[in-house]
Design a binder for this molecule. Structure first.
Ligand code: NAD
Ligand code: IPM
Ligand code: MN
Length: 378
């Protein structure tokens, strides 16, 4: 049996609630698979780690992540820790940076066509949209080095710096291009920046253009300014179908916005990788550990109520199986089970919806049904 070591970081707020359902999915695969063994172990991370140890990313958690085959995370943060000097979010940024996870892949495609009716936008606007945001994850404003760049702010000021090197732009462009090429026909690439104002965006635009023209001349590339891109996502999103490649903070903001197209923030998964996903990974090949998490946060407003949507986390587990473990067969089964749970009855599904999608199903009821369907597919 091929054995994989998966570190689970439930985190804060709804994190543990949604992770629990994704863990059940991985455990079901572990139990019924004759060829793979998934070894899951949980560690403190985020606010709960601050409470336990004083730091959001304790050394034992980091060490476990570094030696894992893949990491499944819920979410971190919350009002309890938002005013402290040490914040849960710092642990997440440190984990991404330390593992070199520069490529954050956030697909916003319909988990079920029935969800067209659940989007707060008109069906005619959202139908047929399929956008994957490829977000640069360890550069830009989030990481502009405060020490190297001069004095700390005067008492009445604060600053952040957006820096990108050519190499950082080049490597994320290559990831976006490889994702585009994995589809047949290849997807279009939309690079999003603010080149009319920011020097870092002018470098971004130049390097993206050069990289695509010289290394991927078969791909179609256009450039959008971030403000009008934000408008297009809700006005005519099909125009942005394909891959959006963008810097860290623009990608953070736009990916939450794309979730509205397919119904809810609670639906979207993500993979954070140290390179292009191994779309054609052979069973047994080991890429560097990837971090898989829903794109949403700890949702303090609904935490503890058992109503959070677990689908984004379950689909993150599917991305984990696909990209880090090369277990396409199981990833497909999970996607199919999720689809069936969401599909309307007229399409042969169960039409289940959590509250964020206008329904009444609980987090665990969705998990139960996904498991029930999954077991028939394994
Ligand atoms: P959020 O994503 O936690 O919540 C935004 C809104 O979406 C809320 O109304 C929430 O109830 C809803 N929502 C989110 N996920 C949902 C789900 N699975 N099911 C149903 N509804 C869902 O954003 P926020 O409120 O701005 O941030 C709360 C905390 O989470 C902050 O501390 C923030 O830093 C943190 N955060 C963490 C991560 C992460 O760990 N990756 C990501 C985003 C935000
Ligand atoms: C996300 C979150 C994080 C980010 C925060 C919690 C640091 O919003 O994963 O989208 O901004 O990257
Ligand atoms: Mn975010």
């Amino acid at each position: 049996k091929k054995s994989y070591n998966i570190v689970v970081l439930p985190g804060d707020g709804i994190g543990p609630e949604v992770v629990k359902q994704a863990v059940r999915v991985l455990e079901a695969i572990n139990t019924s698979s004759p060829d793979v063994e998934l070894k899951l172990s949980s560690y403190d991370f985020g606010g709960c780690a601050i409470d336990a140890t004083g730091e959001p990313l304790p050394p034992a958690t980091l060490a476990a992540c570094q030696s894992a085959d893949a990491i499944l995370m819920g979410s971190v943060g919350g009002p309890k820790w938002s005013v402290g000097k040490v914040r849960p979010e710092q642990g997440l940024l440190a984990l991404r940076k330390t593992l070199g996870l520069y490529a954050n892949i956030r697909p916003a495609s319909f988990a079920s066509p029935s969800l067209v009716e659940s989007s707060p936008l008109k069906p005619d606007i959202v139908r047929g949209t399929d956008i994957t945001v490829v977000r640069e994850l360890i550069g830009g404003l989030y990481f502009g080095d405060r020490k190297e760049l001069g004095a700390e702010p005067k008492p009445d000021t604060a600053w952040d710096t957006m820096i990108y090197s050519e190499e950082e732009v080049k490597r994320i462009t290559r990831v976006a291009a490889k994702i585009a090429l994995a589809s047949n026909p290849p997807l279009n690439i939309h690079s999003v920046d603010k080149a009319n104002v920011l020097a870092s965006s002018r470098l971004w635009r130049k390097i993206v253009t050069e990289t695509i023209e010289t290394e991927f001349p078969q791909l179609k590339l256009d450039h959008q300014l971030v403000d009008s891109a934000a408008m297009l996502i809700v006005y005519n999103p099909r125009k942005l179908n394909g891959v959006i490649v963008t810097e860290n903070m623009f990608g953070d903001i736009l990916s939450d916005e794309t979730s509205v197209l397919v119904g809810s923030l609670g639906l979207l998964p993500s993979a954070s990788l140290a390179g292009a996903p191994n779309l054609d990974l052979k069973p047994g090949e080991k890429p560097p550990p990837g971090l898989y998490e829903p794109i949403h946060g700890s949702a303090p407003d609904i935490a503890g109520q058992g109503i959070a949507n677990p689908i984004g986390t379950i689909l993150s587990a599917s991305m984990l199986l696909r990209y880090s473990l090369g277990l396409e067969k199981y990833a497909k089964a999970v996607d199919e089970a999720v689809k069936k749970v969401l599909d309307d009855k007229s399409a042969g599904g169960f039409g289940m919806r959590t509250k964020d999608l206008g329904g009444e199903s609980t987090t665990s009821a969705i998990g139960d049904k996904v498991l029930e369907v999954l077991k028939t597919l394994l």
